[in-house]
Design a protein around this ligand. Structure first.
Ligand SMILES: C[C@H](O)[C@H](O)[C@@H](O)C(=O)CO
Ligand SMILES: [Mn+2]
Length: 418
């Protein structure tokens, strides 16, 4: 019976034979933080109004037992997931996940309502990211928030946007690493609007007001996420890809591309290199659309691998923030997190184990035959032995052993929740 280390050494010499620096790849992987989204833990309910309807054109389906009902439970579940994931990462909070006994609304939230999250993250060496929540709230009216024709509605959300930046600033200052603060608004129309321009102008003006205060990028990176459509907003989305490309590039804001937010044959892997030419940073929501923006748990599919290859081949890892975005309530939610983060890391490792420079030379020499033959052959190399060694050396379970832990946690903790 060979050990993890012996299998690693054998695999390492094969990769080194094609010119890959395996130690460097593992070092890079260990340094890369994935932002794990809180909302998979409770089906995007949050703690502001957990019994309210999930609105904004997104939908979580399923009723698998064991969802977190309190911030404490959510932290406990996230702790379990992080204990099964190699490396140190970030946790991505939405505003509705505030942890306070005070009755506060979204236009009143302050850093103090997130102190317990910061204490938790600090103790574990985690980073925090943030998202203002522009949905699941009575002020989300007529499918609109920041682009609503009524100034009262817009002002409520503008205040929320401003406060979200102060909370993200607090995260960045307290944890010594910038918090990515992501703006996604569901503003949209079910049927063809007469006026597409005016709502976009209102959205632009509202954002300009939200961003009047200069906040150091040492603490906050504001990101902006577009979408092609949502449920009930099929014909027109105010915050389209073109809107945010224009807004972000003229206002020095970071564009966030969600893998599920484009037309079905469009892929974000083919957009990363263009964006990288015009923008210093970029952020991704790595998700898995099935037919539509259905936010399935990411699997080791072609697009996940292409996304990671694009980042690595372009030398863009240091400029790219990788976040996950899915919410599947039909399966164990801790398992969903672990599968998702581990898959993102595995796909990244696969990309890091490619002899990219040699392949680029073949391409420059127009040797497309070798490019095809070699890239196909490399798919069969013993990548799993390198991954297992990485997990082992980071002190987390190797192979399926993590799933035994999740099953035990389900029996002992999740199944006891009402
Ligand atoms: C809950 C998140 O804000 C949401 O998933 C957003 O990022 C999105 O992708 C909406 O479709
Ligand atoms: Mn998203």
């Amino acid at each position: 019976m060979t050990t993890v280390k012996e299998r690693f050494e054998a695999a390492k010499s094969i990769y080194e034979g094609i010119g890959v620096d395996v130690d460097k790849a593992l070092e890079t992987l260990a340094e890369t933080k994935i932002s794990m989204h809180c909302w998979q833990g409770d089906d995007v309910k949050g703690f502001l109004n957990p019994d309210g309807e999930l609105s904004g054109g997104i939908l979580s389906t399923g009723n698998y037992p064991g969802a977190a009902h309190t911030a404490e439970e959510l932290r406990q579940d996230a702790d379990k997931a992080f204990s099964l994931i190699p490396g140190k990462h970030k946790f991505n909070l939405h505003a509705i996940y505030l942890d306070t006994d005070e009755a506060v609304d979204l236009n009143e939230i302050e850093p103090k309502h997130f102190e317990k999250w910061v204490a938790w993250a600090k103790e574990r060496g985690l980073g925090l990211d943030f998202n203002p929540t522009f949905f699941s709230h009575p002020m989300y009216q007529d499918n609109y928030t920041l682009a609503h024709p009524d100034k009262k509605v817009r002002d409520f959300w503008i205040e929320h946007g401003k406060r979200s930046r102060k909370i993200a600033e607090y995260f960045g200052q307290a944890l010594g690493q910038p918090a990515y603060n992501n703006f996604w608004v569901p503003d949209s129309s079910k049927d063809n609007p007469i006026d597409r321009l005016a709502p976009r102008k209102r959205l632009m003006t509202a954002y300009d007001e939200i961003f009047t205060e200069e906040i150091s990028e040492d603490y906050v990176i504001d990101t902006m996420e577009s979408k092609v459509f949502g449920i009930g907003g099929e014909a027109y989305t105010v915050g389209s890809h073109e809107f945010y490309m224009g807004y972000g590039l003229t206002r020095n804001k970071t564009i966030l591309m969600d893998a599920g937010h484009y037309h079905p044959t469009e892929v974000i892997s083919n957009k990363i290199s263009s964006l990288a030419l015009f923008s210093d940073k970029l952020m991704l929501h790595v998700s898995r659309p099935v037919r539509w923006d259905s936010d399935h748990v990411i699997i080791m599919d072609d697009e996940l691998q292409e996304i990671m290859k694009e980042i690595v081949r372009g030398g863009l890892l240091a400029r790219t923030a990788i976040g996950l975005d899915f919410f599947d309530a039909t399966i164990n939610r801790v398992a969903a997190w672990v599968v998702g983060v581990r898959n993102a890391q595995k796909a990244l490792l696969k990309a890091l184990l490619e002899p990219t420079e040699a392949l680029k030379q073949l391409e420059l020499a127009f040797d497309f035959t070798s490019r095809l033959v070699l890239t196909e052959e490399y798919k069969d190399l013993p990548f799993g032995a390198i991954w297992d060694y990485f997990c082992d050396s980071q002190g987390v379970p190797v192979g399926l052993a993590w799933f035994d832990e999740v099953k035990k946690y389900e029996a002992e903790v999740l199944s006891k929740r009402s």
